[in-house]
Structures are given as C-alpha cells and as structure tokens.
Design a protein around this ligand. Structure first.
Ligand code: ADP
Ligand code: MG
Length: 195
C-alpha cells in the first residue's frame, strides 16, 4: 500500500499517514516497520517524539516488544519543522501528547514534499478522542487503525484501560498501569470503577 518512492513525491508534494489505536496495538512497531523500509529505499529519515515521553529511552522510539529506532525528543511541534529540512520521511510517535499545532506542522511538512508518518493513541483511558489525533486523522491521506488483544477476553481490543487509580489525563506507564480491552470488557471495567 505504501510505496517507498512514490510518484506523488516526484511532484514535490508529500502526504500524511496516521497510525492509531490503543496501547499495545502495535503503533510503534508499525511506525518502525515503515521507517525501516524507507531506509532500505535509501531515503533520508528522521523520527521525533514528545519530550514528555522518555519512558524507555531518551533517544529512541521503543515498542513494547523492545523493537527500537533512533529518535529525537522535542518539546513542541515547531521544533519538528526546523529539524526536518534535510529529510524526506518524517516519523512522529506518541503524537497525542503534542498540542494542536502538530496538525499545521504535519500539513506544512507534507506540502513541502515530505512523507509524514504519525503514530498516536486515538483515545485516552476514558475512551475519549485524545488531543490532536482526531484532527490529524482528518487531514491524513491514509489512516490505519491497529488493534491489540484484549487482556481479559483475548478478543480484539481498541480501548486502553487504566488499572491504577489516578485521574490525570497524562500518566505515563506500561502494563502495570494500563491494559488493552475490548469494548465489552472496557464497559464492564468502567461500570465496576463507578460502583
Ligand atoms: P503501541 O505503540 O501501540 O503501544 P507497540 O508497538 O509498542 O504498541 O507494542 C506492540 C507489542 O506489544 C506487540 O507486538 C506485543 O508483543 C506486545 N503486547 C503486549 N500486550 C499486548 C496486547 N494485549 N495485545 C497486543 N500486543 C501486546
Ligand atoms: Mg507506542
């Protein structure tokens, strides 16, 4: 589906791909897979992530399967624009943590001929759309929703459930704090939390 050297790009115009889903759904793995293929096609690639998320490594984007690739942590989206000049393919992980200016930045990058691959959580732990993700999905040429395995039923999971009691919207964590759940199990567990 994604041609590493597309004819579109020859016009000096790029495009935006969004990879979204719950925690553990393989967003980072998919981002790494696409970027590695671009590397094989000898394209100049650069990956960014928000400075907020230094869970595994300061300088790498890392999947839950310990797949990793070098990345640059940035404090705000405008930095991505400045640092992308000499690259053809731009990867952005954990995009939900950036403010809304990430939307304009991605558009500007694509308009200037770059392939932009953005990964992020589509919903927060309450099941609400997360930060700039809905807008990014709207402006993207391609949107891929990946799914995790429900840790209760083994079925398809598209929700991220917080296991620990904390009401902050952003609480970085892993399997100790979050689990992937199907819609049915997510409803059950939220009903239990309220009782
Ligand atoms: P994301 O970036 O969407 O959080 P990752 O790409 O980091 O996801 O991790 C995906 C990997 O997480 C899978 O390949 C698998 O090894 C692991 N994993 C752990 N728990 C689950 C789960 N409940 N469902 C699917 N994969 C899981
Ligand atoms: Mg990830």
């Amino acid at each position: 589906m994604f041609l590493e050297r597309s004819i579109n790009q020859a016009d000096g115009i790029g495009w935006i791909e969004v990879i979204c889903g719950s925690m553990f759904s393989g967003k980072t793995e998919e981002l790494i897979r696409r970027v590695k293929r671009a590397k094989l096609a000898k394209q100049k690639i650069k990956i960014f992530k928000p400075k907020k998320d230094l869970r595994y490594d300061k300088k790498k984007v890392t999947s839950h399967d310990k797949n990793s690739i070098k990345s640059k942590p940035v404090s705000k989206p405008s930095k991505i624009l400045k640092l992308s000049e000499n690259f053809e393919v731009i990867g952005i992980d954990e995009a939900q943590f950036f403010d809304d200016s990430i939307v304009g930045v991605c558009n500007e990058l694509a308009n200037s001929g770059k392939r932009v691959i953005v990964a992020g959580l589509d919903m927060d732990y309450k099941g609400n759309p997360f930060g700039p993700m809905p807008n990014l999905m709207a402006i993207a040429e391609y949107v891929t929703k990946v799914h995790a395995v429900c840790s209760k039923s083994g079925k398809m999971a598209s929700y991220t459930n917080r296991i620990v009691a904390n009401e902050e919207l952003i609480l970085l964590g892993d399997t100790k704090k979050y689990q992937a759940l199907s819609r049915k199990e997510f409803i059950k567990s939220n009903t239990l939390k309220k009782t």
